[in-house]
Write a protein that binds this ligand. Structure first.
Ligand SMILES: C[S@@+](CC[C@H](N)C(=O)[O-])C[C@H]1O[C@@H](n2cnc3c(N)ncnc32)[C@H](O)[C@@H]1O
Length: 274
């Protein structure tokens, strides 16, 4: 039963129209948008959520969009108090706090897809690693030689380090705190695979890959694009890489989420061909 249906005896038709259809469940924390006009109904909304999801301890109302380089939204607590929680993802556990660092449940399928592509012995670089879901899943679901994760937000880095220990992948995953612009040029050697789940578009970071990839390396590039530009995207990305003298072949383009109406997040798998 949807949240709207659960609330239909308690709220007026006008109020029901303003209830958001979906909310995100992150461990035992729920994130929901409640418009100002129906804030007087917040206790009913919380009660309806708790009735359906009995394990929930905290309900956060999103009061601003995900923003800034750290990609963290603003929230107010409408029920409970504790914002830190543990999420399970494909056999791994991650300590997260949506009020302090980026983490999205919605991308867990994409993370599993990438982890399953990694072959034995690969050296992998994850730029923009957040609290560590990509590097840790790769270390647990595949058999890489080394996975390096770089993250700028100190709160995310703290959780990333805790999550590495929690999932017992200290021997494989190396956490580096810093800006990819400073850190990547200082890394020695090449990578078999580089992930670029950038805060906005990965476009501004392509130059960092120069000298870090070889023929046969893979790049997972994330970007936002309007739906009607989708067809042109592979060519556009290949030419952006070519500007930095990296020749790539687009292996796959995958829609993985909405950003705004008619604007999607795309995951683009690339192979370096020269
Ligand atoms: C969209 S989030 C992705 C997080 C993570 N990969 C995930 O899937 O949960 C982007 C992350 O990049 C970090 N970030 C932004 N600019 C950065 C930079 N210049 N260098 C390193 N990390 C950065 C943000 O703090 C944020 O955690």
């Amino acid at each position: 039963m949807s949240l709207k249906e659960l609330l239909k005896d308690r709220l007026s038709d006008e109020e029901i129209k303003l209830v958001r259809r979906s909310f995100e469940i992150i461990g035992d924390v729920v994130v929901i948008e409640i418009p100002d006009e129906i804030m007087h109904c917040k206790d009913d909304i919380v009660e309806a959520i708790l009735k359906r999801h009995k394990h929930v301890k905290t309900v956060l109302r999103k009061i601003g969009e995900v923003n800034g380089v750290y990609r963290v939204a603003k929230y107010e607590i409408v029920y409970g108090g504790k914002t830190e929680t543990v999420v399970k993802e494909h056999g791994c556990r991650f300590i997260v706090d949506p009020t302090k660092a980026y983490y999205s449940v919605k991308l867990s399928g994409e993370r599993e897809r990438i982890a399953k592509l990694v072959r034995e012995g690969e050296r992998v670089l994850v730029m923009f690693a957040g609290v560590g879901p990509y590097p840790i899943l790769i270390a647990r679901l595949a058999k890489p030689r080394e996975v390096i994760g770089i993250e700028l937000n100190p709160n995310a880095v703290e959780y990333f380090k805790q999550n590495v220990k929690l999932n017992k992948v200290q021997d494989i995953v190396k956490v580096i705190e810093g800006d990819v612009n400073d850190v990547v040029p200082r890394l020695s050697g090449k990578f078999d695979r580089i992930l670029m789940p950038a805060p906005y578009s990965a476009e501004n970071f392509i130059h960092l890959l120069k000298g870090k990839v070889d023929k046969g390396s893979y790049v997972h590039y994330y970007t936002f694009e309007s739906e009607n530009e989708e067809e042109k995207l592979p060519e556009k990305i290949a030419s952006k890489f070519a500007e930095h003298e990296i020749n790539v072949e687009v292996l796959k383009l995958r829609k993985c989420g909405n950003f705004a109406p008619y604007v999607n997040r795309y995951a683009v798998d690339l192979e370096v061909v020269g």
